[in-house]
Design a binder for this molecule. Structure first.
Ligand code: ADP
Ligand code: TPW
Ligand code: MG
Length: 603
């Protein structure tokens, strides 16, 4: 495991002397001759970090190199890990986070001290908010100097800064503690409610040496990192009682249900119970969106009319209007059952009459046992009301999709992409923007679990390229990234990364010349554009050509269809710049109501 230490130390006398020093300083009671003999069997902080990750089945690192972690990336690559090097840490962090969501293993993001760390921190915070397991590993400067605030290179008390943004944060000062620290970080990231973990590795740690055999012994292979958490039988019985009393039941599947990888059990519960279900954005495809029990096309009806709602891995946050208000039925007319691994989630917004705390696989299996001979399917009235609403809404949508307007509007472009995903259901769809997000989510049916990755709980822009890269790296599947022109800009430089690793990513930029719309005017008549506008008719397709990728500019649905199919067939990195009517979008997409209104009218 530590063979490379010998090579690096003998190839570099200075480093050899340093590691011997460190060996002696770190407690080896040897004279120089004995130490020299012993150095054959030395390991150091660099190797211990890598060995600890590999021992725990972690094979990929997403990051940006620099002091003090440049050699960590190099040695990791030499030791057989995949090291995906980004242009900005936020995107490496987003990649790590979504790798965690896709694999249930913590994704690793590696950053340099202070500014690199802070760039990665947004992604760590976003991962924690979304319950994606990741570990941000950051190099940091010398503790003695940082703590006395003596102005070290990239000085910052990173551990303190990270703490509010993650589930757990650890710092390692001694090489012999690396094994236990990595183990704790892994457990913290994936057990219970998954989330982000910070691991602070000060520069000095990396070249601390220790006996290789002792180093190996110090590593910990985490056993059962995310233990099953069984629900209490009484909680299951209570939930079943409430469900059985329902006249108009509804199941809401959230991205926790997608994360849990309990796909067959969830499908069995939905189908055996006959209860209509609503998938949250990243739970689309858990059951195919074309499933007869999907109530997605009757969303507003079911949220208002259901009398019992069972949440599976979905929070009653703003995305579900906090479980109250106009979106929902009159107060007191609806009962909530909630399945979640996090007990504190219960009653977060409204009363949960049947909390079922545990992991989704175990909870849903337990409920499924109760759907037996005594079970009666939901009433015909409820199902037919939903179906009638679905039919009406789907007919409305399909007429919009058929319209071949020129210039293209969102629907005519999305109609093409909807067919492409239907034909290529194993492709992963990444989606961000405002109109580009909200309309794509409604129009494009998903057919398989964990194929739709988007802005999540925060509605954050900038996840696009990081998510696309990790989706391609982790799954080997083709990726279709549907990006608003603004959204794309947040991570656009990573097209170089996509080209460098030759990843099968096809980016479609919905170019409406701006944020929400491309038609705002600057009322002063000044030459500055309105704050929501970009360079008119920008040629984003030229960007990817600079790095050897394929750039295509399209203005019609037919051109779009040909270009996407060619990209998906070839697997070559492609950016399709799709001209969208600048007047087609609406303010903030579906959530314009969240904008505060000014009460003052200036003349
Ligand atoms: P969505 O945005 O799709 O509605 P949320 O992110 O709001 O979903 O909710 C996901 C929920 O799933 C979180 O409350 C989280 O605690 C829960 N969760 C994640 N993984 C599991 C799991 N394996 N078992 C049970 N609950 C889980
Ligand atoms: C990190 C605010 C929400 S949506 C959006 C912004 C800037 C871009 C919408 O324009 P786009 O889509 O992508 O061109 P479209 O189709 O409507 O024209 N900074 C962060 N996150 C968010 N959410 C914002 C700003 C925002
Ligand atoms: Mg736009």
């Amino acid at each position: 495991m530590s063979a490379a230490v010998k090579e690096t130390t003998t190839a570099d006398d200075t480093r050899k002397a340093k590691s011997l020093d460190a060996y002696i300083v770190s407690g080896g009671d040897f004279d120089i001759a004995t130490a020299e003999a012993a150095q054959q069997e030395l390991t150091d902080g660099f190797h211990l970090v890598i060995d600890a990750l590999k021992l725990n089945g972690i094979t990929t690192i997403y990051g940006v190199p620099g002091i003090p972690i440049t050699d960590l990336g190099r040695i990791a690559q030499a030791e057989g890990m995949r090291v995906i090097s980004f242009r900005h840490e936020q995107h490496a962090g987003n990649a790590a986070a979504i790798a965690g969501f896709l694999t249930k293993k913590p994704g690793i993001c590696l950053t340099v001290s202070a500014p690199g760390f802070l760039n990665g921190l947004t992604a760590l915070a976003n991962a924690t908010t979304n319950c994606f397991p990741m570990i941000l590993i950051s190099g940091s400067s010398e503790r003695e100097i940082v703590d006395l605030q003596q102005g070290d290179y990239e000085e910052m008390d990173q551990l303190a800064v990270a703490k509010p943004f993650c589930k757990a944060a650890f710092r390692v000062l001694h090489a012999q503690d690396i094994g236990i620290a990595v183990a704790r970080a892994i457990r913290a990231a994936v057990s219970g409610r998954p989330g982000g973990v910070y691991l602070d590795l000060p520069a000095k740690l990396f070249s601390q040496a220790m006996n290789a055999a002792a180093g190996t012994k110090s590593l910990v292979k985490v056993i059962d990192p995310a233990p099953a958490q069984l629900p209490a039988p009484a909680a299951v019985a209570r939930a079943l009682d409430v469900l059985k009393s329902a006249k108009r039941p509804l199941i809401i599947l959230g991205k926790g249900a997608a994360y849990a990888q309990a796909d067959d059990t969830i499908r069995a519960l939905v189908e055996k119970s006959g209860i209509p279900y609503l998938p949250m954005s990243m739970a689309k495809g858990l059951l195919p969106d074309t499933h007869p029990q999907s109530a997605a096309a009757a969303r507003s009806l079911v949220l208002k009319e259901a009398d019992v709602v069972m949440l599976i891995g979905a929070r009653l946050n703003w995305l579900l209007s906090h479980g109250k208000g106009n979106t929902w039925g009159a107060p007191g007319t609806q009962k909530f059952i909630q399945i979640d691994i996090e007990p504190k989630e219960m009653d977060s917004n409204v009363e949960i009459v049947a909390p079922v705390v545990g992991d989704i696989g175990s909870c849903v299996s337990a409920l499924l046992e109760g759907v037996d001979g005594t079970w009666s399917a939901p009433s015909v009235e409820w199902i037919s009301a939903i179906n009638a609403r679905k039919e009406a809404n789907l007919a409305k949508m399909s007429s919009k999709l058929m319209k071949h307007s020129m210039p293209m509007d969102f629907h005519s472009a999305l109609g093409v992409l909807r067919t492409i995903i239907k034909e290529r259901p194993d492709a992963i769809l990444v989606n961000e923007g405002a109109n580009t997000l909200d309309l794509a989510r409604g129009v494009i049916d998903m057919y398989q679990p964990r194929k739709r990755l988007d802005v999540g709980t925060w509605g954050v822009m900038g996840i696009g390229m990081g998510f696309s890269i990790a989706a391609a790296v982790e799954t080997g599947k083709p990726v279709l990234a549907i990006e608003g022109d603004s959204a794309f800009g947040f991570s656009g430089m990573e097209v170089e990364t996509i080209c460098r690793y030759n990843l099968p990513v096809c980016i479609v930029v919905f170019n409406n010349n701006g944020i929400y719309r491309g038609t705002d005017i600057n009322p002063t008549g000044d030459s500055d554009l309105a704050p929501t506008l970009f360079v008119k008719d920008a040629r984003y397709d030229k960007m990817i050509e600079a790095f050897g990728g394929v750039g295509v500019h399209v203005t019609t649905p037919d051109e779009l269809q040909r270009a996407v199919n060619a990209a998906m067939d070839s697997g070559r990195p492609t950016l399709i710049n799709a001209a969208i009517d600048p007047a087609a979008g609406s303010e903030s997409g579906n959530i314009g109501n969240l904008n505060p209104q000014s009460l003052v009218r200036k003349k």
